[in-house]
Design a protein around this ligand. Structure first.
Ligand SMILES: [Fe+2]
Ligand SMILES: [Fe+2]
Length: 187
């Protein structure tokens, strides 16, 4: 599928972004950039077959999301810190994958549940304000795929409850992502 077909598939071809959505869209673009680089980082741990498989699959979806966000947002509206989001994403993917499959899955589950919540806030906002139903639909489609990633990681993680350390790590990812979103909304 080429980029044009992909944009059609997500029904993202003719959308103008409402003024009050620019901060959010900038954070979406930054977030999808980070996501792509998380899986790029994880793919470096090529000797772990399970990590390789899940990263390859999720990477493809994140790349699609990034193409969509790239299309929706002009260059001048994008975050000025893209290099930083790439480095951060890559490091997170690389280090958590280095610590093993389960730890990587815990990380992905936390990241993706944050992203789900992030998209849901925007969907709800657009719905309540009754603006840009087109954009709402696009975000919904991305959000559904983030939920798939989240469930995938949850299932792969296995049935064992999270350890105290894993819960702490999960919370850290949640608050770190929150900071990243707020920064990328601004700059
Ligand atoms: Fe994504
Ligand atoms: Fe995702």
């Amino acid at each position: 599928m080429n980029n044009f077909e992909l944009i059609e598939k997500y029904n993202a071809s003719d959308i103008s972004i409402p003024k009050n959505m620019f901060g959010w869209m900038r954070s979406n673009h930054a977030g999808e950039t980070g996501a792509v680089w998380i899986y790029l980082g994880a793919k470096c741990i090529f000797w772990n077959k399970k990590i390789k498989v899940i990263s390859k699959e999720h990477y493809q979806t994140e790349k699609n999301h990034l193409i969509i966000m790239n299309h929706l947002l002009s260059n001048k509206s994008k975050s000025k810190l893209l290099i930083f989001w790439r480095i951060l994403g890559f490091s997170l993917g690389f280090i958590s994958a280095l610590l093993g499959y389960r730890f990587f899955c815990v990380t992905i589950q936390s990241v993706e549940s944050f992203v789900e919540q992030h998209y849901r806030e925007q969907i709800e906002f657009l719905y309540k304000k009754s603006i840009s139903f087109d954009l709402l639909k696009v975000l919904e489609m991305c959000c559904d795929e983030e939920v798939e990633h989240q469930n995938d990681a949850k299932m792969q993680k296995g049935l064992d409850k999270n350890s105290v350390f894993e819960n702490m790590w999960s919370n850290l990812i949640g608050s770190g992502s929150n900071v990243a979103v707020n920064v990328s909304k601004l700059i």
